[in-house]
Design a binder for this molecule. Structure first.
Ligand SMILES: Nc1nc2c(ncn2[C@@H]2O[C@H](COP(=O)(O)OP(=O)(O)O)[C@@H](O)[C@H]2O)c(=O)[nH]1
Ligand SMILES: [Mg+2]
Length: 194
């Protein structure tokens, strides 16, 4: 059984458990986006509830997992693949996102270049990702509103045009981090129960 490690706004969070059946999904999630946008910090905030402003966090080759329980008593176990800087090497990306059910594409609201790069990743996944992949567009570092250079509306518009879920987050303040994963979980295709 799951070891529950805490309850976060409607989510039961545990560190282990989750079998792949109709009520208990297990899914691969990849994060894409420029270096420095906060991908690793988002993962650490979600999985460990921590933010470390000093470290250049890189989780590396392994993945972290986190299970959440939804209102309808289904659970979703995310197997989260964070890059160890492979985002710099576009040619390696297909190895990384192969088989992913979910792609979380992250940019930094203070950096228009990272928004452009996010759009590149969306196109790449539309061309080469699995056809039923669930994509989320994440505008991170929302706490830095005084340095904002990408308007919220630009993110909303782009996501809408591309059938993606959009959310602004802050790994630093934890704003919308759990909501991001909860909303993704709700959008996953469910296996049929027959
Ligand atoms: N202000 C602020 N800084 C953040 C946030 N998320 C990440 N950072 C900082 O951005 C830098 C890069 O974060 P990191 O997670 O390593 O980015 P990655 O290369 O995309 O994995 C680090 O110095 C973090 O402290 C955030 O939400 N707000
Ligand atoms: Mg990283």
């Amino acid at each position: 059984m799951d070891r529950s490690t805490g309850r976060l706004g409607g989510l039961n969070v545990s560190e282990s458990g989750g079998v792949a059946d109709a009520k208990n999904l297990r899914v691969k999630l990849v994060l894409l986006g420029d270096s420095g946008v906060g991908k690793s910090c988002i993962v650490l905030r979600f999985v460990r509830g921590q933010f470390d402003p000093t470290s250049k966090v890189t989780i590396g080759a392994s993945f972290l997992s986190q299970t959440i329980a939804l209102q309808d008593s289904t659970t979703v176990k995310f197997e989260i693949w964070d890059t160890a800087g492979q985002e710099r090497y576009a040619a390696l990306a297909p190895l990384y996102y192969r088989g992913a059910a979910i792609a979380v594409i992250v940019y930094d609201i203070t950096s228009p270049e990272t928004f452009t790069k996010a759009q590149y990743w969306v196109k790449e996944l539309q061309k080469h990702g699995s056809p039923d992949i669930v994509m989320a567009l994440v505008a991170n570092k929302a706490d830095l509103h005084e340095k904002r250079e990408v308007p919220t509306q630009d993110g909303i518009d782009y996501a809408e045009k591309n059938g993606m879920f959009f959310i602004e987050t802050s790994a630093k303040t934890a704003d919308n981090i759990n909501q991001l994963f909860e909303e993704i979980a709700k959008r996953l295709p469910r296996p049929s129960t027959t």
